[in-house]
Design a protein around this ligand. Structure first.
Ligand code: AMP
Length: 354
């Protein structure tokens, strides 16, 4: 194994939200400095050594950011291609661009998953109203129409029961390319968080069971209520994705549990909200695991020493933080965001249950 990144080196993080903040804190524990690149407000910058506040098309800012960093990673997917082009010509990026290209576009992502032999919802490309007929013949009805790019937390998607609804939904996307997906008859949703090191070693955490409210993750509970065979399947699925992408870092895979086994919903090439439980359930949490992977350290083993329920504090939920902190076994994480807004992730708690 090559030497890990030297102590005192600087890790650049594209994106300055809570994921970047928790990555920066983990990096600090391993002796690194972090430099955040974020055009907007940056809770991550409060705990980092540096912050470039500039848009993603500012070539000069990108260049000096890259020069200030020994390697760069990211905490969100929608980084413009031109910015990536510029950065990767100057500094190593982990995980590399391919992971972003696959996950930035739901159609590319589904095709990639299908090509490596994994089960997905039936799907069809929707480039405009004229392709709806063909796409919906692939998916059947009801179906879900999603924008191919820039969708998150259930945004940019609509359930449709017939062609009229499909046309109406598509019109609300304002001409953005879309994908139609068949509705997967799932019993529960789970996710698996896994990491791959620079030497190709893989380590996976136990799958967590996810509950969403209004399209936003509400809770993740480990262990998920699934038989041991499905746990193995989840880990194998994540490993196959990691290897196929020659991936370095932490990846989240969202899965539907169905009567016929696991169906992949989507992949996130980064630390993931449904992996926050690892902060209270594992010796090495997903944030440290990501830093270890990209910096060339040995990976943590991922084994779980406690049952945990993670609950997101969304909008006004944040006002419960102090009361929750008084409960036994509860770990509180606040993201340092100024303004409380409905639907905004303000923090989370990890409740150790056993
Ligand atoms: P996504 O943004 O693709 O993760 O979708 C948000 C949520 O919508 C998922 O967590 C599921 O609860 C639901 N969903 C998305 N796609 C499908 C599908 N093809 N079949 C059933 N439910 C879905």
């Amino acid at each position: 194994m090559t030497e890990p990144l030297a102590p005192g080196s600087t890790i650049g993080i594209l994106g300055g939200g809570q994921l970047g903040r928790m990555l920066a804190m983990a990096a600090a524990r391993l002796g690194y400095r972090c430099h955040i690149y974020e055009p907007g407000a940056a809770p991550a910058a409060d705990v980092a050594a540096g912050w470039t506040q500039a848009p993603y098309d500012d070539v000069e800012a990108l260049t000096s950011f890259a020069r200030a960093c020994d390697l760069v990673t990211f905490e969100f997917e929608n980084i413009p291609a031109a910015a990536l082009e510029r950065l990767t010509s100057l500094v190593p990026l982990f995980p590399d661009r391919r992971a972003l290209e696959v996950s930035q576009d739901r159609l590319t992502e589904k095709r990639f998953l299908r090509d490596i032999g994994l089960a997905t919802a039936p799907f069809g490309a929707v480039d405009g109203p004229e392709s709806l007929g063909h796409a919906l013949s692939e998916t059947g009805m009801p179906a879900i129409l999603k924008t191919r790019r820039f969708g998150y937390d259930g945004k940019g998607q609509a359930r449709i029961a017939d062609m009229n609804e499909a046309k109406t939904a598509l019109a609300t996307f304002g001409g953005a390319p879309a994908i139609a997906e068949g509705v997967v008859p799932f019993s529960i949703e789970i996710s698996v968080i896994a990491a791959r090191g620079r030497d190709g070693s893989v380590s996976a955490y136990d799958p967590g069971e996810n509950v969403h409210e209004d399209g936003i993750l509400s809770t993740t509970t480990v262990p998920a209520r699934i038989p041991p065979g499905l746990k193995t399947d989840a880990v194998l699925i994540a490993s196959r994705i990691l290897n196929a992408l020659d991936y370095v870092g932490v990846l989240g895979v969202e899965l539907f549990v169905t009567a016929d086994g696991l169906v992949v919903n989507e992949i996130a090439p980064r630390v993931h909200n449904s992996g926050h439980w690892t902060q209270a359930g594992c010796a090495v949490d997903q944030f440290e695991q990501h830093i270890r992977a990209i910096a060339g350290w040995p990976l943590g083993d991922g084994s779980r020493h406690a049952d945990v329920r993670m609950e997101n504090l969304i909008g006004d939920d944040v006002h419960r933080a102090v009361a929750l902190a008084a409960e036994p076994g509860v770990q509180v994480h606040l993201y340092g965001k100024g303004e409380v807004r409905a639907g905004r992730k303000m923090g989370h708690v990890n409740r150790v249950m056993r």
